[in-house]
Design a protein around this ligand. Structure first.
Ligand SMILES: C[S@@+](CC[C@H](N)C(=O)[O-])C[C@H]1O[C@@H](n2cnc3c(N)ncnc32)[C@H](O)[C@@H]1O
Length: 463
């Protein structure tokens, strides 16, 4: 053992929310006084025994990577991606897909049980036939040296150069590599987050798997003019020649210190400023900042499940809270008398309106407002719906919105969630208003990661 480090064989007793192994070891300090040391060990699985070396200084909890798997989980598999042990994109490639799915189901069950719901309402998680190459949108980062890649696990300052990505659509990675080669050939600098200097920041790639159209967005700190003009021209030439399905090529100026893919000024380099996507026969326009479900194969199942659970009827009114660009609104609108949607992002509401029109749907009303305030307005102006669907962000809908739903007394509530933890606390709020949880169906939208999505039905129990 090195003087400044200690080596242990630790047994992983469980996983944290990020999917990392948790273990406890006892430090023998030689005075009959062993000290408890909690370890977070990424890339391990429950029950595994792993060799780890802990460097000084040692605090109450330490994050260490496994040096050797001494006793492996029976479902451990060889991760296929060469970037797996460093990249922050996937954390569970070393777990057989069945194991990932069971773990997600059990996680949802545990959270519901904690809130006093019956765990057997939770169905087995619906997985993918092919849990790879499923993402239709990726955001890659340029390192300060100008290499394009993905963030290292737990370290947003380090970027791993991109060779492949097994969860993104294959053509998306090819187009990203073309941009990476272009940056390298022209020796363009990447953005240095500490010094706030350098040109290239991020590359966003999104592709519709239905229409095949691709959007590429280069986020940079300067305008594509002056000395940069001929360099950018070369980007346009090579991308459009090699990938004719790139229907939108954008240059997005972003000088903000915040490390986000936002634009102060958008320059259209080629094509249009949006691409077309389709889901369940409905057509959507997607701009660079439009939220759209990132796993279209599974998102389709989510919408179908929501329809199956919600049982929309031609005679009924419906509200879609947190409606985005109308992914749920449009298919539901064709099945109900009238639908009202609320969403906080104005451009998404503009898009939802346009999408409704493009699809010749004329019974929708969309309101751009914070759901916490908009819900009162919509209930007053639109009336009480028989069916209410909500699909909030990870932070959940919150008590205020849930209690307002409870007081409004719609017959059926369909809750679509990307965070079972906030889902469980949100639906607890509906209980005093006479709602019963009927069914919970987890769906795996993010294979190889810890995330799980679900659709659930609650109905009002008649007294
Ligand atoms: C998980 S997405 C669902 C969007 C849509 N249902 C879909 O499937 O495309 C959550 C949406 O809630 C919106 N949102 C976030 N906070 C909100 C708030 N306080 N009020 C209304 N909408 C909000 C986001 O902009 C986002 O479009």
């Amino acid at each position: 053992m090195h003087e400044n480090s200690e080596t242990y064989v630790a047994e992983v007793h469980g996983l944290d929310k990020k999917g990392s192994g948790q273990a406890v070891v006892w430090r023998d300090l030689g005075e009959m006084n062993p000290k408890k040391l909690k370890l977070t060990i990424p890339l391990t699985l429950p029950g595994e025994k792993v060799k780890v070396t802990v460097e000084h200084p040692i605090r109450r909890r330490k994050k260490v990577f496994p040096e050797k798997i001494v006793e492996a989980h029976p479902e451990r598999v060889e991760p296929p991606c060469p970037h797996f042990d460093r990249c922050g994109g996937c954390v569970w490639q070393h777990w057989a897909y069945e194991g990932q799915l069971n773990s997600k189901t059990n996680y949802v069950k545990e959270l519901l049980e904690e809130q006093g719901f019956q765990a057997d309402l939770v169905q087995d998680t619906i997985g993918m036939d092919n849990p790879w190459f499923y993402r239709n949108k990726m955001e890659f980062t340029f390192s300060k040296e100008g290499h394009l890649g993905l963030h290292e696990q737990g370290n947003f300052r380090k970027v791993i150069s991109l060779e492949t990505c097994l969860i993104a659509g294959k053509e998306m990675v090819e187009t990203a590599m073309e941009v990476a080669d272009w940056a390298k050939e022209h020796q363009l600098s990447g953005y240095d987050k500490d010094k706030h200097e350098g040109l290239l920041r991020h590359l966003m790639v999104r592709q519709s798997f239905e229409t095949d159209e691709i959007m590429l967005g280069v986020f940079a700190t300067e305008a594509p003019t002056g000395e940069l003009a001929h360099v950018v021209e070369n980007l346009v030439e090579r991308v459009t020649a090699k990938f004719p399905n790139v229907k939108s090529l954008l240059w997005l100026e972003n000088r903000d210190w915040a490390d986000r893919t936002q634009s102060e000024k958008t320059h259209l380099l080629a094509g249009r400023d949006f691409i077309y996507d389709e889901m369940l026969g409905f057509r959507y326009r997607l701009w660079f900042d439009t939220f759209f479900q990132t796993n279209p194969v599974q998102a389709k199942k989510l919408v179908e499940l929501a329809i199956e659970m919600g049982q929309p009827k031609e005679t009924e009114k419906m509200i879609d809270l947190f409606c985005g660009v109308g992914t749920f609104s449009l298919p539901f609108a064709t099945r109900v008398k009238e639908l009202a949607g609320i969403e906080i992002v104005e451009t998404s509401i503009e898009s939802a309106k346009r999408n409704a029109k493009d699809n010749e749907i004329y019974n929708t009303h969309f309101l751009a407002k914070d759901a916490r305030r908009g819900i009162d307005q919509i209930l007053e102006e639109f009336g009480i719906p028989e069916l209410l669907l909500l699909d909030p962000p990870r932070s959940g809908a919150g008590g205020k919105v849930m209690r307002r739903i409870g007081r409004a007394q719609p017959e059926r509530v369909v809750y679509v969630s990307c965070n079972p933890e906030t889902f469980a606390t949100d639906i607890k709020e509906l209980e005093p208003f006479g709602y019963q949880l009927k069914e919970v169906q987890p769906v795996d939208l993010f294979p190889q990661t810890v995330h799980v999505e679900l659709v659930a039905l609650l109905t009002r129990v008649e007294e």
